[in-house]
Design a binder for this molecule. Sequence first.
Ligand code: SF4
Ligand code: SF4
Length: 403
Amino acid sequence: MNLPVRVRIAPISTCNYRCLFCEIHKDILLYPNRSNNVFNMDDLRRYEPILSAAYSLSFYGGSEEPLLNKYFGEFVAYLKRKYTPRMMVNTNASVLTENLSDILVENGFDHILVSYHAGTKDGYKYLMTGDVEKVDRNLAYLFNQKKLKRKTKPKVDFNFALQKLNADEYLEVINKAKKLGINRIILTRYYGGRNKLRDKQVSFEYDVEQGNRILDEIYQTAKQSRVNLSPRKSNYWKTLPDSVQWDEENYDKHKLCFEPWLSLHFNPVLNDKDCHYVGVCNRIELFKINYRIANLSKDMFNKLWNHPILQYIRETVNSENINPICKFCKNRSLATLRNIDEKRYAQIRDNTVEKLFHEFHTRYNSEPIEGIEILKGHHCPDERYIELTSNSHSNNPYSRSNT
Ligand code: SF4
Ligand code: SF4
C-alpha cells in the first residue's frame, strides 16, 4: 500500500509557555526532566521517504511549540522547494521572528494556526503566560510581508477555546483578527483536562445557559465586524447528565473512519531522547521509533505503514468485528463520560488500549523492525498521574486547595 497522504510531525518536544488550560502541566509533573528532542536537518532527511510522499505535512503534537526549533525555516525551504507539499503549523507565534516570516512568505507556506485564547494584555498573560503584544507584532510583520510581496499565503487562523476565564476576551480577539487580517477564528468549546484549571469548573458545561448566550454574542459581534468564524453556525452546549451508563456495545456502527488509510503522526516522547510515538489518530499510539537508530529507508516506512497492527486496525475499524479502540472511539457516550468523569474515562481508555494490543498479539505475528518498538499499552496511562496528584496536597500544584 502507498505511504500516508497526511503526515504530522513534532519537530521539538518542549514549549516556552505554560498555558493554564494545557496538559503541559501534567507532562511536567510526570516527566520533570523531559527531553527536548530537537529535530535537525539530518533527522528531517531520515524521514524524507515518508515526508516526500505526503500531500500534506503538519508540524505540531503534544505540549510543544514547533517554532522553538531553530531549523524550522530550513525545513520549510527544503521541503517546499523539493516536494511542494501543503504545509501547516500550530503555534503560539511568540517566536515567529521576522526572518522566519520572510522564509514562510517566500516559500509559500500554506497555513498557520495561532493559539489565541485571549486578546487583552492581562487576559493573555494570565491564561497563556505570554506577551500578546509581541505575538501581535510578529503577526503584523508577517501580514505586511505578504502584502509587500503580493502573496496570499500563509493563511493565518486563530484558535479560540471559549470557557469562563476568557469569556470577556472575545471582543478583543475579534478586534485583533479584523485589524491583522486573520482568515478566520476557529471557535471551540473548552471542556477540561489534566491541567492547572482542573477542578475549577471553568467549562460552560457547568453553566450551559450563560455559555450559549456568550456564543450568540460572539457570532453577532463577528458578523458585525465581518470576521469569519468556524464553525459558521453556533455549536451550542447541551446540559450534561448527572451520570453516564457506560455500555461498550453502544457505539455508532454507521460512523466510518478512514484515518488508518490516510494519516500517520510522529508525536513527542518526553522521557526518551530522539524518539517519536507513531500512530494514525489521537486515540492511540502504536509504536515508538528512535529516529537516530532506526534505518528510515523507504522500505522501512513501507514495512511500518503495512505493519500487521495497522492491517488489523484497517480490517476491523469499519467492520462488524470491530477492534476495541475503534469501538471505544465510536461509543455514543464517550464525550459525556470524558466530561463528567475523567478518571473513569481514563481507566476505560487505558484498559481498552491494552485490550487492543492483547488482541493483536494473540491473532497476529509480527517481525521486529530495528529501532521500532511496538507498544503494549497506553503510552502515558492515567494511573501514575492520579497517584502523583492524590499523594500530597501540600506540594501538589493541582490540588483543589491550590487551584
Ligand atoms: S502554547 Fe500550546 S503547547 Fe505551549 S503551553 Fe500553551 S497550549 Fe500548551
Ligand atoms: S480509534 Fe479507530 S475509529 Fe477512532 S479515529 Fe482512530 S482509527 Fe478512527
